[in-house]
Design a protein around this ligand. Structure first.
Ligand code: DGL
Length: 260
């Protein structure tokens, strides 16, 4: 199985990391579209265009069997159109895990951190509205403009990042939130700081493992044998913090520059 995975930068590697624990006998091609990061502060039309360019590139260059949109923002803007255009391709998107969060919260208070584009998108609004009708849980939604840039610049354990997160998390801490949805694939990279600021045992929800498991099921339906070596090639459309890439994946990896 050949799998194309993309995000605006480092974030989608948190999904790739989960995939490497579950998927075998496959080739993963990852594109960090750093030239256009952050996606979360672009228009829906721009994000749609980036997603289509990358998918075309994956199909033309590697003839992929599966596409993983390792980005909540790009999923919100493009998954529907991509599925309509490429019905043969396995396409798995990333969505904020508010459903499991609502099931798991004990205080009935759930925080959702995501990019401005994800929270404003119809997809999120519909999901949140339909779940709100099923369960009496209060959602504390917070857009985090600028956080993706901090992470891309490697400012993960940095006073400025801490200051931003403290302001966003303050209402959640004051209101007894016990479960926080990491609705952007970059945010698991600041999970330690979020836990520190919340000052309580916190349930952090991110969806990398669920995506990897779903890929396994859909791949096996199409004849994928989950055995043998897994290879990973990483490409970037502009500069990227290479040391962070290796840190997330857990081994030394090369990043190759590409032009789409
Ligand atoms: N990592 C992405 C997400 O899950 C996008 C971040 C961005 O470029 O704004 O939403």
């Amino acid at each position: 199985m050949k799998i194309g995975v993309f995000d605006s930068g480092l974030g989608g590697l948190t999904v790739v990391q989960a995939m490497t624990q579950i998927i075998k006998g496959a080739k993963i091609f990852y594109i960090a579209d750093t030239q256009h990061a952050p996606y979360g502060e672009k228009t829906q039309e721009q994000i749609l265009q980036y997603a289509f360019n990358i998918t075309e590139y994956f199909l033309n260059t590697y003839e992929i069997d599966a596409l993983i949109i390792a980005c909540n923002t790009a999923t919100s803007a493009a998954v529907k159109a991509l599925r309509e255009t490429y019905p043969e391709l396995i396409i798995i998107g990333t969505e904020p895990g508010i459903k499991p969060a609502m099931e798991q919260t004990k205080t009935g208070k759930v925080g959702v951190l995501a990019t401005p584009a994800t929270l404003q998108g119809d997809k999120y609004q519909q999901l949140a509205n339909s779940l709100a009708m099923q369960k009496d849980v209060t959602l504390f939604e917070q857009a985090c403009p600028g956080l993706v840039e901090q992470i891309e610049q490697g400012k993960i354990d940095h006073p400025q990042t801490q200051e931003m997160l403290e302001a966003w998390l303050h209402p959640m801490r004051e209101n007894d939130v016990d479960t926080v949805v990491l609705g952007c694939t970059h945010y698991p990279l600041v999970a330690d700081m979020i836990e520190k600021i919340m000052q309580r045992e916190l349930n952090l929800i991110h969806t990398g493992e669920a995506i990897a498991k779903r890929l396994l099921v859909l791949g096996e339906e199409k004849g994928h044998k989950n055995e043998g070596e897994l290879t990973l090639a990483i490409y970037s459309t502009d500069s990227i913090a290479t040391h962070l890439v290796s840190g997330i994946i857990g081994k030394e990896v090369e990043v190759e520059a590409i032009v789409l």
